[in-house]
Write a protein that binds this ligand. Structure first.
Ligand SMILES: Cc1cc2nc3c(=O)[nH]c(=O)nc-3n(C[C@H](O)[C@H](O)[C@H](O)COP(=O)(O)O)c2cc1C
Length: 241
C-alpha cells in the first residue's frame, strides 16, 4: 500500500468486528511508529496498549463510571478552546451532525446522543486499544510530536488492513485511566485509541468527513498560477478531480 492509499483509506472507525487483532503485529507497529520525527528527537510519546482481560476490566469499570456521564472527572487540559470560533466551530458541528445523522439520531434526542457518546468508553467494542500519555513537563511542540507518532501508527495499521479511532474523550477520565493502566504521576493522558477491524456495514463507518480545500488553509508564495489545478483541490476534499 502506498502512503497516499493508507492516508486516503484511514478514517475514524467507530464500530468494529469481533475479529481479534494479532498481538505481535500491534507490538511491531507500536515500535515502528517511533520512526516518526520529534523536535530534538525527544520521542515524548508514552503508550499503554491493552487487550484481553485488562481491556475487558477497563470497559467494565467505565460502564459503571459513565452511566449518564455522572462520574466524569475534571480534565487536565482543554480538549477544545473555551471559545471555539469560526470556522472551527462550524467544522466541529458539521462532523458531529454527520455522525449522528448516519445513525438516524435526531439533534434533540439528547438521550440517544449520550448513549452513543458513552460507546466511546467501550472503545466502540474494539478488541485492542491504547492510551497515549505525555510527560507533564512537555509543552505544545512535544504534544505535536504525539500527533506525528499517532498518525504514523494509524497509517501503519491501515497497511495491515486494520482501523482505528483516536479518542480524546478519554481525557474526561484522566485519573481513572492512569490508575487502571498504572501510569506514573508525571505522565498526563492525551488520548485513547480504539484499534480493530472495521464493521463496514455499520452506518457510522460510512458517512464522509469533509475537509476544507487547501486554498482555505495554505498560502502559496512564488507559485505559478497554473499550478493551482483541480487535482490539488480534490486532494484535500477527497473528491474525484
Ligand atoms: C486527537 C484526536 C482525538 C479524537 N477524539 C475523538 C473522540 O473522542 N471520539 C470520536 O468519536 N472521535 C474522535 N476523533 C476523531 C475525529 O472526530 C475525526 O478525526 C475527524 O472528525 C475527521 O474524521 P476522520 O478521522 O474520519 O477523517 C479524534 C481525532 C483526533 C485526531
Amino acid at each position: 500500500m502506498k502512503a497516499s492509499e493508507a492516508l486516503a483509506s484511514r478514517r475514524s472507525v467507530r464500530a468494529f468486528l469481533e475479529r481479534p487483532v494479532d498481538q505481535a503485529l500491534i507490538r511491531r507497529v507500536i515500535a515502528q511508529a517511533a520512526r516518526s520525527p520529534s523536535g530534538g528527537n525527544l520521542q515524548p510519546w508514552h503508550i499503554y496498549a491493552l487487550t484481553g482481560a485488562p481491556l475487558a476490566e477497563l470497559k467494565r469499570t467505565m460502564d459503571l463510571r459513565t452511566a449518564g456521564l455522572a462520574g466524569a472527572e475534571s480534565t487536565e487540559y482543554d480538549i477544545y478552546p473555551k471559545q471555539l470560533g469560526s470556522p472551527y466551530r462550524e467544522r466541529r458541528f458539521a462532523v458531529g451532525e454527520a455522525l449522528y445523522a448516519s445513525m438516524g439520531i435526531q439533534r434533540d434526542d439528547r438521550e440517544a446522543r449520550l448513549r452513543w457518546f458513552s460507546r466511546n468508553f467501550r472503545f466502540f467494542d474494539a478488541p485492542m486499544a491504547l492510551f497515549c500519555f505525555v510527560d507533564r513537563a512537555m509543552g505544545p511542540p512535544q504534544w505535536s510530536d504525539l500527533g506525528m507518532y499517532l498518525q504514523s501508527l494509524m497509517l501503519l495499521l491501515r497497511e495491515e488492513g486494520i482501523d482505528s479511532c483516536p479518542q480524546e474523550c478519554w481525557a474526561l477520565y484522566p485519573r481513572t485511566i492512569a490508575g487502571l493502566v498504572g501510569a506514573p504521576g508525571e505522565l498526563m493522558l492525551f488520548t485513547g485509541m480504539a484499534i480493530g477491524y472495521a464493521d463496514l456495514e455499520h452506518p457510522v463507518n460510512r458517512f464522509p468527513s469533509e475537509r476544507a480545500p487547501s486554498n482555505e488553509f495554505a498560502t502559496f508564495l512564488g507559485f505559478d498560477a497554473g499550478s493551482d489545478n483541480r487535482t490539488a483541490q480534490a486532494a484535500t476534499t477527497g473528491d474525484k478531480p
